[in-house]
Design a protein around this ligand. Structure first.
Ligand code: G6P
Length: 763
C-alpha cells in the first residue's frame, strides 16, 4: 500500500508539474508578445513626435538647437536615447550615452530612408537587448535624413522572470494541495474499504464468518462486494459439501445432497440435455413502480427442480405470468437464471387472458383438480375449457420441440396435471426423446375419474410418456386401473407398465419431499430460547396463550380447514381447561381466488373462525388466528419452531409438504404432527398422530393427546420421522426420477421399424 501511495504521489507531482509548466510557458510567451508590441507602438508614437521636432530644428539650421533637443531625450521611460543622421548616414546629433555605439548609422536608418517608412527591430547592442526604431526625416517632400530611437527592453525580461517565479510558486502550492486531497480520498474511499474487505475475506476464508451477508460497509466497492458475496457463498457451499462428503464417507452412509444430485445427473445425462416443463415459472418478473422485481414463487416444485437444472444447465419451459416477464427475455423468449448466478435457461411461453382462463382456471383447476381430489367439490367440465387446454398443451409442445430441436435423445420432465396431453404430442414428433410426467396430485379410482368426458384423451396423452410418476403406489394402481378401463392396452402388472401400440410406459411412485440433509444437525432443545421466540410471535399477534398450534395451507377446499376449525372448537368444548391456554394460528395463503369456489371459501373460513372465537374468546386470548396472506419461508419457519403441534387435515392430498416442512424445521426434535390419513405423507410418516379429518371428535382427541404427550415420546417420534425425511429428501426424489428415466430402454421409431422387419431387438 505504501509503495502504491509513493508511486501515486510521484505520478501526481510529475503530471501536475508538466501540465502547469506548459500552461505557464504559454502565458509567458503571450505576455512577452504583448509587452513587445506595446513597446513598438509607444516607440512609433514617440518617434513621430520627435521626428517632427527634429525636422523643425533642421529647417532653422541650428546645430545647437538640434543637440539640445537630442540631449533632452535620453533616459525617459525606457528610452535610452536618440540619434539624427543626414542623407549620407553621417551623425548630426546623438544622445551622449549612445554616442560611442551609434556613431555609424545602423542599417535600419538606410532602410527607413529608402522605403520612406519607419523600420523597427529588437537586437543586442553592447550586450544589451534593445529596441530600435528608425524614421525618415523630411524637408518638404524630400527625405533629408534619418532619426533613430533606442529603447531598453530589459524590463520585459524582468517581467517574464517575475511571471515564471509566480508560476513556480503556484505549481508548488497546487502540487501540495492536490497530493494531499488525493491521499485523503485514497485513504477514506479506497484504502479503508479495501482493508475492511480484505479483513472480512480473510475471516471468511478462515471460516470465522458463517454468513457472507455480514459484509462490512465497502462504499465505492459495493458492486464488487456483491460479486464477492456470491463467490463466498459458493465457497461456503463447497466447503460444507466437502465436509458433508467426508462425514458421509466416515459414517459409511449414503445421503442425498444437492451436490450428489448434480454429480448423479451429469453422469446419467451422458452428454444429453434436460428440459423441464411446468405451468408455474421459477422466477417471476413484476413491475414495482419504475423498477422490475424478481420473485420466486413459494412452491415445492421450484425447490425440487432448481438443483436439477442448476446441476446440468438445462432449460425450464413455463408460462410467463409476470407483468414484466416480456421485458427481460431475448428474441427467443429466453433468459438465463437464477438472475444473480445464471446457470440454466428459462423459456417463457405466453398465454392470452382467454387461454389462461380456460386452460388454467377452467379445465385444470375447476375440472381436473376437484376430479382428482376426492373432496366433494363437483368438477366443472366445459367444452370450451377443454379446447383451450388442448390448445395450450399444443402451444407448450411447440415450444418444447423448438427447444429440443438440436439435442439428440433429450430428457424431458413434464410437471403436473396442466399438461396431460403433452407427453404424447412430444413423442409423436420426437420418438428419441425420453419423456416423463410427474403427476403432483392424487389419481382417483377409475369410477371417479370416469366422470370426465375427456378421460380417454387424457389417458392417451399421458401414455405418450415413457415414465409416469405419482407420489404413492395407490395412485399408480388407480391410474393403471383407469388405463385398463379406458384404452386398449396390455397392463404388465408385474412391472407396473402399460404396453400400447409398440410403446411402453412405466408407472412408478416417487414420493416428493423437502430439503432436509445431514447439514440440518439436531439442535439441543433450548426451552428458554423457544419460549422467547413464541412469546415474541404471540406478542406481535396481540394474544396471550400458553400452547400454540399451527396450520399452513393454500386456502383450498381440499385442505380440510373447515374440519380443522371445528375440531379445535370441539377440543375446547370437551376440555374447557384449555380455554385461554391454547391458540391455533392458521396461515392461509390466498390462492386461485379468481375461481368463485376459492373466493367464497376465504370468506366462509373467516366467518367460521369468527364464530368460534366469539364463542370462546376472553380478555387477550383467542382460540383461532386466521392470517390470510402469503408468508415467507422465514416467517413460516418461525411458527413451525414455536408450535406445540402442527395440524394437517387435508381431505385428500397427493403428498402434502407442510407435514414434512414442519418436521424439517424441528431441529429441536419437539412438537407433534397431527396428520390426515388421506395425505400421501401419511404413508411415510407413521409416527404422526394420524386422523380422519371428517371425524371431528377424534381430531379433537388428537389435539389433546398432542398437548399432553410426554416429551420423550414427542422426541422419539420426531426423531424417527426426521430420519425418514432425511433419507428420502427432495434430492433423492429428483435423482430417482431422472435416473429411472435415463435407464429406461425406449422405443424409437427406428427400432420399431427394424423389429417389424424381423430384428431380434427386444422391447
Ligand atoms: C399444489 C399442487 C401442485 C400444483 C400447485 C399449483 O401445490 O400440489 O401439484 O402444481 O398446487 O399451484 P398454482 O398456484 O400454480 O395453481
Amino acid at each position: 500500500m505504501r509503495l502504491l501511495s509513493l508511486r501515486l504521489i510521484i505520478s501526481l507531482i510529475v503530471g501536475i508539474t508538466l501540465v502547469s509548466l506548459a500552461f505557464s510557458y504559454q502565458q509567458v510567451l503571450r505576455e512577452k508578445r504583448s509587452l513587445r508590441s506595446d513597446l513598438e507602438r509607444r516607440a512609433e508614437v514617440v518617434g513621430e513626435s520627435v521626428a517632427e521636432n527634429v525636422e523643425k530644428e533642421l529647417e532653422t539650421g541650428s546645430d545647437a538647437g538640434l543637440r539640445r533637443l537630442v540631449n533632452s531625450l535620453g533616459n525617459r521611460e525606457h528610452l535610452l536615447g536618440v540619434a539624427v543622421y543626414d542623407r549620407q548616414g553621417t551623425a548630426l546629433a546623438i544622445t551622449p550615452s549612445l554616442a560611442q555605439t551609434l556613431q555609424v548609422a545602423p542599417s535600419q536608418v538606410n532602410g527607413a530612408m529608402a522605403e520612406n517608412r519607419e523600420q523597427s527591430s529588437f537586437l543586442t547592442l553592447n550586450r544589451n537587448r534593445v529596441h530600435i526604431i528608425a524614421l525618415p526625416l523630411h524637408w518638404g517632400e524630400a527625405t533629408v535624413g534619418g532619426l533613430v530611437l533606442v529603447h531598453d527592453v530589459e524590463y520585459i525580461r524582468a517581467q517574464n522572470l517575475r511571471t515564471w517565479r509566480q508560476a513556480f510558486l503556484g505549481i508548488l502550492v497546487q502540487v501540495v494541495l492536490i497530493v494531499l486531497i488525493t491521499l485523503l480520498i485514497v485513504r477514506w474511499s479506497i484504502a479503508g474499504p479495501i482493508a475492511r474487505a480484505a479483513q472480512w475475506m480473510r475471516a471468511l476464508r478462515m471460516g470465522r464468518i458463517s454468513s457472507p451477508q455480514q459484509m462490512p460497509d465497502l462504499d465505492l466497492f459495493k458492486p464488487l462486494a456483491w460479486e464477492v458475496v456470491t463467490f463466498a457463498e459458493s465457497l461456503n457451499q463447497a466447503r460444507s459439501a466437502a465436509e458433508n462428503e467426508a462425514r458421509l464417507r466416515e459414517a459409511g452412509e449414503s445421503s442425498w445432497t444437492a451436490d450428489r444430485l448434480a454429480v448423479q445427473i451429469q453422469a446419467r445425462l451422458d452428454g444429453s440435455r434436460l428440459f423441464v416443463v411446468s405451468n408455474r415459472e421459477p422466477y417471476i418478473h413484476q413491475r414495482s413502480g419504475k423498477t422490475i422485481e424478481v420473485n420466486v414463487p413459494a412452491s415445492g416444485l421450484v425447490t425440487a427442480l432448481e438443483p436439477v437444472l442448476n446441476a446440468c444447465d438445462g432449460t425450464w419451459i413455463a408460462h410467463g405470468s409476470g407483468d414484466a416477464d416480456t421485458e427481460v427475455v431475448d428474441s427467443h423468449d429466453r433468459l438465463r437464471v437464477p438472475p444473480n448466478d445464471p446457470r440454466y435457461t428459462l423459456r417463457r411461453v405466453w398465454l392470452s387472458k382467454e387461454e389462461e382462463e380456460g386452460y388454467y382456471y377452467g379445465f385444470s383447476n375447476e375440472g381436473l383438480w376437484p376430479l382428482c381430489h376426492i373432496a366433494h367439490t363437483r368438477p366443472i367440465f366445459r367444452e370450451k375449457d377443454f379446447q383451450l387446454y388442448q390448445e395450450v398443451n399444443r402451444r407448450f409442445a411447440a415450444a418444447v420441440l423448438e427447444e429440443i430441436a438440436n439435442t439428440k435423445k433429450p430428457i424431458v420432465l413434464v410437471q403436473d396435471y396442466h399438461f396431460a396431453l403433452l407427453p404424447r404430442l412430444i413423442k409423436e414428433k420426437r420418438p428419441d426423446a425420453r419423456v416423463a410426467i410427474f403427476w403432483h396430485i392424487p389419481w382417483p379410482n377409475p369410477e371417479s375419474f370416469g366422470i370426465c368426458p375427456w378421460q380417454r384423451q387424457l389417458v392417451e396423452g399421458l401414455l405418450g410418456a415413457d415414465l409416469i410418476g405419482f407420489h404413492i403406489q395407490s395412485h399408480c394402481n388407480n391410474f393403471l386401473q383407469t388405463v385398463d378401463r379406458v384404452v386398449e392396452s396390455r397392463i404388465d402388472g408385474e412391472h407396473f407398465a402399460v404396453q400400447r401400440q409398440n410403446h411402453r410406459t412405466i408407472v412408478r411412485p416417487f414420493p416428493i419431499s423437502v430439503n432436509l440433509t445431514d447439514d440440518d444437525a439436531v439442535e439441543a432443545g433450548e426451552y428458554g430460547a423457544r419460549y422467547q421466540e413464541r412469546s415474541a410471535l404471540m406478542h406481535n399477534l396481540g394474544v396471550e396463550s400458553a400452547y400454540l398450534g399451527v396450520g399452513v395451507d393454500r386456502v383450498d377446499y381440499t385442505k380440510g380447514i373447515h374440519e380443522r376449525f371445528r375440531a379445535i372448537e370441539r377440543f375446547l368444548e370437551k376440555y374447557p381447561k384449555y380455554q385461554a391456554l391454547f391458540t391455533f394460528v392458521q396461515i392461509g395463503a390466498p390462492s386461485r381466488t379468481h375461481i368463485k369456489r376459492y373466493h367464497d371459501l376465504l370468506a366462509e373460513l373467516e366467518a367460521e373462525a369468527e364464530r368460534i372465537n366469539w364463542r370462546f374468546q376472553s380478555g387477550k386470548w383467542k382460540p383461532i388466528l386466521f392470517l390470510k396472506r402469503q408468508h415467507s419461508h422465514e416467517e413460516i419457519d418461525a411458527y413451525y419452531r414455536a408450535a406445540d403441534l402442527c395440524l394437517v387435515t387435508s381431505l385428500h392430498d397427493g403428498m402434502n409438504l407442510v407435514a414434512k416442512e414442519f418436521l424439517a424445521a424441528r431441529k429441536d426434535e419437539r412438537g407433534v404432527l397431527i396428520l390426515s390419513q388421506f395425505t400421501g405423507a401419511a404413508r411415510e410418516l407413521r409416527d404422526a398422530l394420524l386422523v380422519n379429518p371428517y371425524d371431528i371428535d377424534k381430531t379433537a382427541e388428537a389435539i389433546r393427546a398432542a398437548l399432553e404427550m410426554e416429551p420423550e415420546e414427542k422426541q422419539m417420534r420426531v426423531h424417527r420421522m426426521r430420519k425418514i425425511i432425511r433419507e428420502n429428501n427432495i434430492y433423492r426424489w429428483a435423482g430417482n426420477l431422472v435416473t429411472e428415466l435415463c435407464e429406461l430402454r425406449i422405443d424409437t421409431g427406428e427400432k420399431s421399424k427394424s423389429r417389424t422387419r424381423g430384428s431380434p431387438t427386444a422391447a
